[in-house]
Design a protein around this ligand. Structure first.
Ligand code: LRY
Length: 229
């Protein structure tokens, strides 16, 4: 089987439809309806969290999905698809891409990312792996491990990158990522304006993931409320 994900999303927008249990829209039904809206608007793909949400979105839209399983363990900082078991569960839904955190942070039960990637490849040779990275060192590590896609997902979300935003200084960090790797780059994280999406593509990203600015009404409403406080 050939994986056509990269050609399907090239130069296009992927919309992340996610709501954690503590968020007001937490529901596979609602995420599937969010994904329906994303498809109607012209999104080329969806990013989704958890097996149930992925399946509901696949049934609803038929769009290619970047699947993740956010899983918090008491002994680990890494939480995006942090174990081989999580990777397998996501891949078993038939998604073309499984995204995995590559931040060098602690993994559950002192798990070894390189070993998990190797084992996963032997079980799911047709599934692409996306690295959710935070720093240029993470990008290099992802390349060393043979990831198929580099994401900027975790930039600004680790202790080392707190307060940073991929859009700072006309996307200076993203430009460095694009110089560091020849692997397709998907810009993701805090891309909150159409102009920013366009700029990421013009700089050479393969695709862009936008989440909260489209699918998290609580965040959107809070931005409006903040303007009058
Ligand atoms: C750091 C983290 O947990 N990021 C998650 C990764 O899947 C999601 O919560 C984000 O919504 C997604 O990356 C899209 O980013 P934004 O919502 O900023 O457009």
């Amino acid at each position: 089987m050939q994986n056509s994900f990269l050609s399907q999303v090239k130069g296009k927008l992927i919309i992340s439809c996610q709501a954690l249990p503590e968020e007001p829209l937490h529901s596979s039904f609602i995420m599937a309806r969010m994904a329906r809206a994303a498809k109607m608007a012209g999104a080329a793909g969806i990013r989704a969290n958890s097996v149930v949400d992925i399946q509901a979105i696949q049934d609803e839209t038929g769009l290619p999905v970047i699947g993740i399983n956010k899983h918090v363990f008491p002994d680990a900082e890494t939480f995006i698809t942090p174990t081989l078991k999580d990777m397998r569960a996501v891949a078993a839904t038939g998604v073309p891409v499984v995204a995995v955190e590559v931040t060098g942070r602690t993994r559950p039960h002192q798990g070894d990312l390189a070993a998990d990637v190797q084992q996963f490849r032997s079980e799911y040779p047709d599934t692409l792996l996306m690295a959710d990275t935070a720093t240029l060192a993470n990008v290099q590590e992802a390349d060393r491990l043979g990831f198929d896609i580099i994401g900027t997902t975790m930039h600004g979300y680790t202790a080392e990158t707190t307060g940073m935003n991929v859009a700072d200084d006309d996307f200076a960090y993203l430009k460095d990522v694009l110089k560091t790797t020849k692997t397709p780059v998907i810009a993701e994280g805090k891309i909150d304006l159409p102009e920013k999406l366009k700029r990421c593509l013009d700089l050479g990203c393969t695709a862009v993931v936008v989440g909260g600015a489209i699918t998290r009404p609580l965040e959107i409403a809070q931005r409006f409320i903040a303007a009058i406080q």
